[in-house]
Design a protein around this ligand. Structure first.
Ligand SMILES: Cc1ncc(COP(=O)(O)O)c(C=O)c1O
Length: 319
C-alpha cells in the first residue's frame, strides 16, 4: 500500500505509536463532532514533536552518506533546530545550527535545549541569510576534512515527509480513518506526508493545514513540490499525488509568525483547562484556534471525527 516505505532506512529514535486520545473536555465544551488528538507532543525523544518523525529518516540518510556533522537552520526558538540537536547528540553527530535572530543573553526554551544538546549555534540577521550561511558552514567544514550533511528548513524534504507517511501507517493500526485531520503547517513536510499517506491508504480523510506564517498559495506550492519528490522515493511516478487536495488555511496567522492572536490565546487556555493538553503559541495554538472556530461555525457535521495532530512545540511556551 505504501510502496517502498518499509525499505527506507529509518532510525527509531523513540518508541511508537504515539497515543491517540479523546479530547473529551473540549468536546464537552464545544459539542459537535468527535474530537481526537494524536499525541506527537508525547514522542519520548528530545522534547518530541513532529520533527522527530522526519529526522528518523533524514538522520539515517546522513549516516548512509558517512556524515559526521548535521547542519540545519531555523529561528532562535526553532523546534526543528532543537530536535536536530537532540538527534545529533544521540547518534554521535556534531551539530551546527544557523539561527536567524539575536543571540539571546540567557537562552530559554528551545535555544536552551539546543545548547544543552551540545549544538554550535551561529546567528544570522534574516531568514534569507539562513540557506547561504548553511552552505558556507558546510564548505568550511569540508575544507577542515569533515563530512557535513545539510538538512533544509524543517527537514521538509521528500524524505523527511515520508516520516508522516509512516505516521499514517501507524495511525491506521490505531483507529478507523478520521474524517478530518487538522494540524499546524509551516515548511510543509508534515502536511505533504499526511496527504501522501492518506492517498496511499485510500482514506477519504481531509487533511487541513493551518498556516503558522505563509499565505495559503505559497504553502500549497511548497507542499506540491515536496509531494512530487516523495512519489519516486516510494517507487511511484512523480505525478502520483498530483490530484491530491492540499488544503491550507491561512486565516489564523494574525499579526504574523509567533505573534499570538486572541483566538490562539483562547485555544491555548481551553486545551490546557479542558484536557490538560499543552499547546505552543507559534504553531499548535493557532491550529487549535482553527479547529475551535470550525466547530463553533458548525462546519463539521456532528457524526464526523476530527483528529487534531499535535505536532509538539510545547518548549516554545518557556521561551
Ligand atoms: C510545533 C510545530 N508544529 C508544526 C510545525 C509545522 O510543520 P512543518 O514544518 O512540517 O510544516 C512546526 C515546524 O515548523 C512545529 O515546530
Amino acid at each position: 500500500m505504501f510502496g517502498a516505505l518499509d525499505s527506507l532506512p529509518s532510525l527509531p529514535l523513540a518508541p511508537y505509536p504515539t497515543p491517540v486520545e479523546e479530547l473529551s473536555g473540549l468536546h464537552a465544551a464545544l459539542g459537535g463532532p468527535r474530537l481526537l488528538v494524536k499525541r506527537d507532543d508525547a514522542i519520548a525523544f528530545g522534547a518530541g514533536g513532529n520533527k522527530v518523525r522526519k529526522l528518523r529518516l533524514v538522520a539515517a540518510d546522513a549516516r548512509r552518506h558517512g556524515a559526521d556533522t548535521l547542519i540545519t537552520c531555523g529561528g532562535v526558538q526553532s523546534n526543528h533546530a532543537r530536535a536536530t540537536a537532540a538527534t545529533a547528540a544521540k547518534l554521535g553527530f556534531r551539530c551546527v545550527l544557523i539561527a536567524n535572530g539575536n543571540k539571546p543573553e540567557r537562552p530559554t526554551g528551545n535555544a536552551l535545549l539546543a545548547r544543552l544538546f551540545g549544538a554550535e549555534v551561529r546567528y544570522v540577521a534574516t531568514r534569507a541569510d539562513r540557506a547561504p550561511a548553511m552552505d558556507a558552514a558546510a564548505a568550511e567544514l569540508r575544507r577542515a576534512g569533515r563530512v557535513p550533511y545539510v538538512i533544509p528548513l524543517g527537514a521538509s524534504t521528500p524524505l523527511g515527509a515520508c516520516g508522516f507517511v509512516q505516521a499514517i501507517a501507524e495511525l491506521g493500526q490505531q483507529i478507523e480513518p478520521p474524517d478530518v485531520i487538522i494540524h499546524a503547517t509551516s515548511s510543509g513536510g508534515t502536511q505533504a506526508g499526511l496527504v501522501a499517506g492518506c492517498a496511499l491508504a485510500e482514506w477519504p480523510t481531509r487533511v487541513v493545514g493551518i498556516s503558522a506564517d505563509e499565505p495559503s498559495a505559497a504553502m500549497q506550492r511548497d507542499i506540491r513540490e515536496i509531494l512530487t519528490g516523495l512519489g519516486p522515493l516510494l517507487g511511484f511516478p512523480p505525478g502520483r499525488f498530483a490530484d491530491a487536495a492540499i488544503e491550507v488555511d491561512d486565516r489564523f496567522v494574525g499579526g504574523g509568525y509567533g505573534i499570538p492572536t486572541p483566538e490562539s490565546e483562547e485555544a491555548l487556555e481551553m486545551a490546557a483547562r479542558r484536557d490538560a493538553v499543552i499547546l505552543d503559541p507559534t504553531y499548535t495554538a493557532k491550529a487549535m484556534a482553527a479547529l475551535i472556530a470550525a466547530i463553533r461555525r458548525r462546519e463539521v457535521p456532528d457524526r464526523e471525527t476530527v483528529l487534531f495532530w499535535h505536532t509538539g512545540g510545547q518548549t516554545g511556551l518557556f521561551a
